[in-house]
Ligand binder design. Structure first.
Ligand SMILES: Cc1cn([C@H]2C[C@H](O)[C@@H](COP(=O)(O)OP(=O)(O)O[C@H]3O[C@H](C)C(=O)[C@H](O)[C@H]3O)O2)c(=O)[nH]c1=O
Length: 190
């Protein structure tokens, strides 16, 4: 497994090994000791699977407020997405900044989005299947959304040959400035 920190510290791209042979391939897509050997020890408690039928579907930007905050380990088994994480920790030197990258079945890469970050993605083609682990159960009362096109965040979503398709929740989500995220940045111990 290869890990690559992204421009926002704590958000990491992960590339599991995919072993191919004449039948196809085998891949350990998550393994606790492999992550722990990289200093990442997270108890995953729920697996999610979303299917989006068209390109241009945007799900996000979402997070759950403490004490129901979720770390997320996201991968794509069909199609491709532009995946985005936004730092929403009050007091963080990178508060409101975003990082994005393509996660796809072809690249076989994953993204680890820690607590304290909002998460979302745009599908880049039809029939995208996104599977992801979360470290806290779904808690509707703590589920929050931030506008995907908040100008203060400025996510540069890719141009796809399709109209953007949003849930009603996402179409009416507030800008980050009007959201009480509940996360406070804690400087790493020096
Ligand atoms: C998140 C979630 C949703 N649901 C139910 C609630 C609705 O009846 C239905 C669709 O939920 P929602 O529109 O919130 O689904 P997404 O827009 O894909 O939300 C996800 O989008 C971005 C990418 C995220 O990172 C989050 O995991 C999550 O917020 O599934 C559940 O039953 N359990 C769950 O864990």
């Amino acid at each position: 497994m290869i890990m690559r920190p992204l421009e926002l510290p704590d958000v990491v791209e992960i590339l599991p090994v995919r072993r191919s042979d004449e039948r196809g391939f085998f891949s350990e897509v998550w393994r606790a000791d492999a992550l722990e050997s990289e200093g990442i020890s997270i108890d995953w408690v729920q697996d999610n699977h979303s299917f989006s039928a068209t390109a241009g579907v945007i799900r996000g930007l979402h997070f759950q407020t403490p004490p129901c905050a979720q770390d997320k380990l996201v991968r794509v088994t069909r199609g491709s997405i532009f995946d985005v994480a936004v730092d929403i920790r009050q007091g963080s030197p990178t508060f409101g900044r975003w990082v994005g990258l393509v996660i796809s079945a072809e690249k076989w890469n994953q993204i680890l989005v820690p607590k304290g970050f909002a998460h979302g993605f745009m599908t880049l083609e039809p029939n995208c299947e996104v599977l992801y682990k979360v470290s806290a159960p779904y808690a509707p009362a703590h589920d929050r959304a931030i506008r995907y096109d908040d100008p203060a965040i400025g996510v540069e979503w890719p141009d796809v040959e399709a109209d953007v398709l949003l849930s009603q929740k996402d179409a009416s989500a507030p800008r980050l400035a009007y959201v009480e995220t509940g996360f406070v940045y804690e400087r790493e111990h020096d």
